[in-house]
Design a protein around this ligand. Structure first.
Ligand code: ATP
Length: 363
């Protein structure tokens, strides 16, 4: 068993204004693929390096399996790390790079050969074992780094933006391969990225970090569909979640959000916020744009189209609704001209409600 348990980890660099890791607690199950996601400077790498033992926390605890490793030497934590820069030895052939750690551990040559060929097979490096890294592409070099990490049969695999130096196409194919590989190996993995698609694609769960704290941790669909706060809704999604500001009013025995001269139905659970400003969070792809001219029917909100951007697989509309800007993702082929008025259907089950002060999800 190699679950990771982090308890109240705090790490402040000397001379820094505030902590880089600010009281992080996180449980990663045995065999789970956990992604740490967040904007630059939110403390992802610091957290990963603390688990690796390359940084010592000011306080808190790190348990891997049944061992408290908080102050244990990194080499005795039985973990492997893959970095953004392909940290391979330039003067060693691929086979020697992959087998380096095994040799350091004093493993017999036969056994090393067997393991290296197993890892090379998994990473499609069999034909390159006799080459030097200078003769490899960036993608192949990163495969060597991953092979060198998994050949050690670590309890835990730590990866810090391993795909970010690869070009877009390669990143996409390697992402899928990495997912398959780690799934097959079943190694507990902690993976750092600032790329939301990578996080959503790879993670069994995604921990979204902000200013050294975990803003939300959950399965990808949960953090995407039910952002716990406006920061998470705004960070995930491209374009991000829309937030529409309005006042909650009573209409008979129902509640509505007043947005200028229009209004949208709101759930009765929001009654404590009657008369107050609240935010409606809605994803661009959740809104259904009616055909131009069709202003009645299911449309619950009207707006004026300002910008039309055909993006191939969809058409992105920038709309003005009662002085507020909305991004709407319409299906490919959707035809509308800037200046047109359009009705938007906001399906009830895709509406999320936020407190504008705390920015937290209200229900
Ligand atoms: P990025 O995606 O840009 O790598 P990150 O989310 O991984 O960012 P960290 O690298 O962990 O964030 O940095 C968190 C904070 O700690 C930042 O404010 C950063 O400037 C600071 N920091 C990181 N390393 C050091 C260091 N060695 N000394 C001082 N401050 C540091």
């Amino acid at each position: 068993m190699a679950e990771i348990v982090l308890r109240d980890l705090v790490k402040t660099y000397p001379g820094a204004a505030g902590p880089a890791t600010d009281g992080v607690s996180l449980d990663v199950a045995d065999g789970e693929f956990m992604v740490l996601l967040g904007p630059s400077g939110c403390g992802k790498t610091t957290l990963l390096r603390t688990v690796a033992g390359l940084e010592l926390p000011d306080s808190g605890q790190i348990v891997i399996g049944d061992r408290d490793v908080t102050y244990l030497d990194p080499r005795r934590r039985n973990l492997s790390m893959v970095f953004q820069s392909y940290a391979v030895f330039p003067h060693k052939k691929v086979a020697d790079n992959i087998g380096f750690g095994l040799r350091v551990h004093g493993m017999a040559a036969d056994e090393i050969r067997r393991k290296v060929s197993w890892a090379a097979e998994l990473l499609q490096l069999t034909d390159y074992l006799d080459r030097y890294p200078a003769k490899l592409s960036g993608g192949q070099r990163q495969r060597v780094a991953v092979a060198r990490a998994i050949v050690m049969n670590p309890d835990v695999l730590l990866m810090d933006e391993p795909l970010s130096n690869l070009d877009a196409l390669l990143r996409l194919s390697f992402r899928a391969e990495l997912k398959k590989l780690v799934n097959e190996l079943g190694t507990t993995t902690l993976y750092v990225t600032h790329d939301q698609l990578e996080a959503l694609s790879l993670g069994d769960r995604v921990a979204v970090l902000r200013s050294g704290r975990i803003a939300q941790c959950g399965p990808p669909t949960e953090v995407y569909d039910q952002p716990a706060d406006e920061f998470v809704g705004g960070f995930l999604g491209s374009p991000p979640m829309n937030f529409l500001r309005g006042v909650l009013v009573e209409d008979g025995d129902t509640l509505r959000l007043d947005v200028g001269s229009q209004s949208i139905g709101a759930p009765r659970e929001l009654r404590p916020y009657l008369g107050q400003h609240i935010h409606l969070g809605i994803r661009p792809e959740s809104m259904v744009a009616a055909e131009p001219g069709e202003t009645k029917g299911t449309g619950v909100l009207r707006g004026t189209v300002q910008v039309v951007e055909p993006l191939g697989s969809s058409v992105l509309l920038t709309m003005d609704t009662a002085g507020q800007q909305l991004k709407v993702q319409a299906p490919a082929g959707f035809r509308v001209d800037p200046g047109s008025e359009l009705a938007l259907d906001l399906p009830v089950d895709t509406r999320r409600w936020y407190d504008p002060e705390s920015q937290l999800l209200l229900e």
